[in-house]
Design a protein around this ligand. Structure first.
Ligand code: SF4
Length: 323
């Protein structure tokens, strides 16, 4: 059995300690961007699961500057534990979907903060300034072509990571969730990010309506071969005010039980390339918005059970991975 500091998978915490030599915390920031899937450019209602907060429900106050958001969140964390290094995570909506000068100023402000060890940017592959003809994204989306080269130059000062919300490789599910870009667009973005040495983290959702176990494992196999460095494996959450909640209440689909989720998650981890860092193994739905599955609120219990089951079944990350 392979362990990464007691855990049967290559966890984000493990990677951070190896890389920075100490505990590092992520600060969720809101740079004030919107999203082309919400502002009418390619859609108005967003991805079917996305909350009104643009999947940034825990992010800072967008009315504050980047430095103010960092200082405010640092102060909260320091009340509970001594931590001296942080990751500035531009989480809410589509962080690169801003006028380029504003985006650049925010990133420079974050990178030059003395307590920031790395920057992570949540965005869409069609919002990195890659021409639509090359990526297969929408021609209606206008993002500055300098974005990637700028991130690449910033990456020489401090690590810059780019987080892409792929969720699934299957076009039928992508269409149901209204992701708004084809798989080829993700491939083109990863290729451009890798050319510039920018680490890429992919968000996947387990338990999407209509997806079978083998559909999910196909997605895992695909990202194993996509030259990405990290993955977030997230449980599908049904949040208030989303169109997904309407379908859930109509009985169009059901959510996974804890046992079903852990079975699927353990299979995914067993098949995942052990070099890929797992940034998340559950979901972080805001409790006041969460409709289902309510068992996911007991995050510590879910994690303990995951570790117990993996040990019991003799599973570790990459056990079933074939390069
Ligand atoms: S791309 Fe992100 S912010 Fe935009 S609608 Fe989808 S989940 Fe929400």
């Amino acid at each position: 059995m392979i362990l990464w500091n007691q855990k049967p998978y290559h966890s984000f915490d493990y990677m951070l300690r190896e890389r920075f030599g100490e505990k590092v915390y992520k600060l969720a920031l809101d740079g004030g961007a919107t999203c082309p899937n919400r502002d009418g450019t390619i859609g108005t209602r967003g991805c079917i699961f996305c909350s009104a907060g643009g999947s940034g429900d825990f992010a800072g106050d967008r009315m504050l500057s980047v430095t103010e958001q960092i200082e405010r969140q640092k102060a909260q964390i320091l009340k509970k534990r001594p931590v001296y290094k942080f990751i500035a995570y531009f989480q809410a909506y589509t962080s690169t979907y801003l006028p380029f000068s504003r985006f650049r100023a925010q990133l420079e402000e974050a990178v030059r903060h003395p307590d920031i060890a790395a920057v992570s940017i949540g965005t869409r592959p069609d919002c990195l300034g890659i021409p639509a003809a090359q990526s297969g994204g929408s021609e209606k989306i206008c993002c500055d072509p300098q974005i990637l080269d700028f991130l690449s130059s910033l990456n020489t000062e401090k690590p810059v990571w780019v987080e892409l919300g792929l969720q699934t490789i299957h076009e039928h599910t992508a269409s149901y969730i209204r992701r708004g870009y084809p798989l080829s667009c993700f491939d083109a973005a990863v290729c451009e990010l890798q050319k510039r040495g920018l680490e890429t983290i992919v968000h996947l959702i387990l338990g999407l309506p209509g997806e079978s176990r083998s559909d999910v494992l196909e997605t895992i196999s695909y990202i194993n071969h996509s030259h990405i460095q990290g993955v977030k494996l997230q449980l599908l959450h049904v949040l208030k005010g989303t169109d997904l909640a309407i379908d859930y209440e109509k009985g169009v689909f059901s959510v996974l039980t804890q046992e079903e989720y852990l079975d699927l998650l353990i299979e995914c981890i067993a098949c995942l390339d052990p070099e890929i860092v797992i940034h998340r193994v559950t979901g972080d739905g805001p409790k006041d918005l969460l409709i289902a599955p309510l068992w996911s609120c007991a995050k510590r219990t879910v994690l303990n059970e995951l570790h117990r089951q993996m040990k019991l079944r003799g599973v570790w990350q990459g056990r079933d991975y074939r390069p």
